[in-house]
Design a protein around this ligand. Structure first.
Ligand SMILES: *Cc1c(COP(=O)(O)O)cnc(C)c1O
Length: 465
């Protein structure tokens, strides 16, 4: 045993082995040293407990693969890429929307170089960061004015704080929703200092309910998209146009929190959710929506509406605390520019492309993925195809399941679907899928064609010893 301990490489020898690999040489040296210390400690334990008996196993060259794998795992950044095989397109836990190439290029430029972020090239003086997307948003939505903040929760907060602090806001009982991640309309309302006035019944609210609740202390009428749930049966709510008319009659702004807010008509019929353009055309005064849900851009809260109200939002000091950064602005402008040609948006914006992928296309892609996995996994798993459903996610179109073809996996050694799901969280990159009928399933809708090799490699890591 003494001899074995003597054969253990020194810190310097181990570091020299590691830094021969360029990716490891680029890592911060203190992290590498810690990884080597931990690796050598575990080797000492193995020697003491009799798991290592052959001195040749301790040669630096023999140790190199295990040491390198250990160091790579130990020194990995915490925030990492994952493979999304869940079929949930706007998956809030997995980063919602991925960006179009045009948006990524704009972000890279904005980070690497100085820009006219708050500088007017017309006058050479100070400019406004909001000017870059306001005209574009007005053009795309038909609104008079626009403002962008950090996210949609901030947008709702800013609108309520500006237009209704200390005064009443009338909301239908059926729309007092919780979106998840602690966004609840009654709580947001309380934080913004507005006073909630609930009207109607849970399932039905009528125009007369709003009319009857308006007093001299009313500041606004608010409509909230129910996003993640749907009421069916004996229900009715007041439409945007009718609510806008009630507001106009009483000189009150009417606000709608659209949640996902699509600028594209997604398949019209089956996915028929109101677009932002329709909400604006209905006469609403301020409409808020997310940049990274169905829009397919960066995290942002977009507010479009009438000039007189948006001008007040811009002057609110809270706006300064909620402002978006230059990378977001760059990504947002590039994404919105794609919408100038709706055909191009459907092809170039990944979120739109994934939502509108046809059942036929997905069947072909699932078949291709299954063939590749059969080849790479051999006898380690039984690979099949099964009909399934994908989801838009992000609280959008909750009841609209999108038909897809799933690739199903049953490990030959009897490993359960749940155990496989857990193991795949530890692969590099991690693969996030779902289980259905005791099978582990991959949905091709949210996987890029260029990710098939990585998916196969992750499954090999998890299933082939
Ligand atoms: C998602 C959502 C929000 C929150 O938007 P974030 O961009 O996540 O801040 C607010 N309201 C509705 C109706 C939503 O669907």
């Amino acid at each position: 045993m003494h001899e074995l301990f003597r054969r253990l490489p020194s810190m310097d020898a181990a570091l020299a082995e590691l830094t021969a690999a360029p990716d490891l040489a680029a890592l911060p040296r203190p992290l590498l040293r810690e990884a080597v210390t931990d690796f050598l400690d575990s080797l000492r334990r193995d020697i003491r407990e009799g798991r290592v008996a052959d001195p040749a196993a301790l040669d630096p060259a023999a140790l190199r693969p295990a040491l390198a794998a250990f160091a790579r795992a130990a020194c990995r950044p915490h925030f990492r890429r994952v493979l999304n095989a869940t079929g949930v397109v706007v998956h809030t836990n997995l980063g919602r929307s991925i960006l179009a190439p045009e948006a990524m290029a704009a972000v890279a430029d904005a980070c690497a170089r100085y820009s006219n972020l708050e500088f007017s090239l017309a006058t050479g003086e100070r400019g406004s960061r909001y000017s870059h997307v306001e005209a574009l948003l007005a053009r795309l939505t038909g609104a008079e004015a626009a403002l962008v903040v950090n996210n949609n929760a901030a947008a709702v907060m800013l609108v309520l704080d500006t237009l209704a602090k200390g005064r009443e806001v009338v909301v239908s009982r059926g729309q007092l929703v919780e979106i998840g991640g602690s966004f609840r309309i009654p709580d947001v309302m309380a934080r913004s200092g507005a006073i909630l006035v609930e009207v109607g019944a849970t399932n039905r609210t009528h125009p007369r309910d709003y009319e009857g609740a308006i007093t001299e202390n009313t500041a606004a009428l608010l409509k909230v998209h129910c996003s993640n749930y749907r009421m069916i049966g004996f229900t009715s709510e007041v439409g945007a146009r009718e609510l806008a008319e009630i507001g106009a009659r009483h000189g009150l702004p009417v606000i709608e929190d659209l949640g996902s807010g699509s600028l594209a008509e997604l398949g019209g019929g089956p996915l028929g959710e109101p677009t932002v353009q329709q909400a604006v055309a209905a006469g609403l005064d301020a409409v808020t929506f997310s940049g990274d849900k169905v829009l397919g851009g960066p995290q942002a809260g977009i507010i479009v509406g009438r000039e007189r109200w948006i001008a007040r939002l811009k002057k609110n000091p809270l706006n300064r605390a909620l402002r978006i950064d230059k990378m977001t602005l760059a990504a947002l402008e590039a994404t919105l520019r794609l919408y100038l040609d709706p055909e191009a948006a459907l092809r170039r914006v990944p979120t739109l492309r994934m939502i509108t992928a046809t059942a036929q296309e997905l069947r072909v892609r699932a078949g291709r993925l299954a063939r590749r996995l059969r080849r790479d996994l051999g006898a380690a798993a039984v690979v099949g195809l099964a009909p399934g459903m994908s989801r838009v996610g992000g609280g959008a179109f909750p009841e609209r399941d999108l038909p897809t073809t799933l690739v199903t996996l049953a490990p030959a050694d009897g490993t359960g679907a749940e155990e496989l799901r857990r193991r795949l969280l530890g692969t590099d990159p991690p693969l996030v899928g779902r289980t259905q009928d005791d099978h582990f399933c991959l949905d091709p809708r949210t996987l890029g064609d260029d990710e098939i090799s990585l998916v196969a490699a992750a499954l090999r890591q998890a299933l082939v010893p």
